[in-house]
Design a protein around this ligand. Structure first.
Ligand SMILES: [Zn+2]
Length: 311
């Protein structure tokens, strides 16, 4: 039997066998800590949705680029914006395709914006958040649930990018979000848990959310106009808030709006203080609302519970 060796006997970084055992132990420990007792099936589902999220991010890039120009979303396939050379199969792989090309077109070496891989990465991270939040698995109900919320996230991401680009929130996207949200929240609970056990009807909660979203924004706009004598909020913001209300319900919508307004105010003040933004200069508010909505979805219940504990 081999004697157990003390650390003192080990030549640092030369004894690879011991080093590899240590690395493996740390790695396994990290995985266990991360997993919180989550089993292998859930890990596999998480990985699956991360890959899907990156691919969805890739499509969101296409939507954000083409929808405002009225171009087809599915044809032609992705190409260099400068020389129109279509991307090859490996270059179309989310995140890595951009890295393989070194951020430049292979044909004309026009540099390709880092925003494309960043959005793909955001898709992967957001879908990972969804998979963990909803404990994703490969059951039919879980697949439908994840697809529906994935659609919601994708619409929010596309709206944010378009708002940053042209300061508009196209109603095609917000209306599609409202429609799919109403259908999902009405029928999914009945299908997933059975008609008798569905609990409070999702549709009612959705409609409260919708009304609250529109009502709150119209009130803010009305008061803002009276106080400042100019338009305070774009009409698109109200419809975006309504769409978020349909998906989140009125309670999580309130959390989402609070997060969004706080984030927007903080970033706005910092941007004005550092001279990035002039006073009175309009800036897109959609991305902050969308981020607040994602925060409300993933952390709203925890935030509400800890708030109720606190008071
Ligand atoms: Zn090119």
């Amino acid at each position: 039997m081999m004697p157990i060796r003390a650390f003192g006997d080990m030549e640092p970084f030369k004894d690879w066998a011991i080093l590899s055992v240590l690395v493996r132990r740390v790695w396994r420990g990290t995985l266990k800590t991360l997993a919180f007792g989550v089993n292998d099936a859930v890990w596999f589902a998480l990985l699956y949705w991360i890959v899907i999220g990156a691919a969805v991010g890739s499509f969101v890039n296409v939507v954000a680029y083409r929808l405002p120009q009225g171009l087809s979303l599915i044809w032609p396939p992705s190409a260099c914006p400068q020389c129109k050379t279509p991307l090859g199969a490996t270059e179309n792989i989310p995140i890595f395709g951009w890295a393989i090309l070194g951020g430049k077109c292979k044909h004309c070496s026009t540099s390709i914006s880092w925003r494309y891989p960043a959005v793909e990465l955001a898709g992967a991270v957001l879908f990972a958040g969804l998979a963990l939040h909803f404990q994703a698995s490969f059951t039919p109900t879980s697949l439908v649930e994840m697809s529906a919320w994935g659609f919601f996230i994708a619409v929010l991401l596309a709206l944010s990018l378009i708002d940053i680009d042209i300061m508009e929130l196209p109603s095609e996207l917000t209306r599609a979000g409202i429609l799919v949200g109403l259908i999902f929240r009405t029928f999914y609970p009945i299908w997933a848990t059975g008609l008798g056990n569905a609990g409070p009807p999702g549709l009612v909660d959705s409609l409260y959310g919708l009304l609250l979203g529109i009502g709150l924004f119209d009130t803010i706009s009305f008061v803002g106009e009276k106080v400042m004598g100019k338009e305070a909020m774009g009409g698109g913001d109200a419809i975006l808030a309504a769409m978020m209300g349909v998906w989140l319900g009125w309670q999580l919508l309130l959390v989402g709006l609070a997060l969004g307004f706080t984030l927007g105010a903080v970033i706005g003040v910092v941007a004005i203080a550092t001279g990035q933004l002039k006073r009175e200069e309009p800036f897109p508010f959609g991305p902050f609302l969308a981020l607040g909505g994602v925060g409300g979805l993933l952390f709203g219940e925890i935030l509400i519970a800890s708030y109720l504990n606190f008071i």
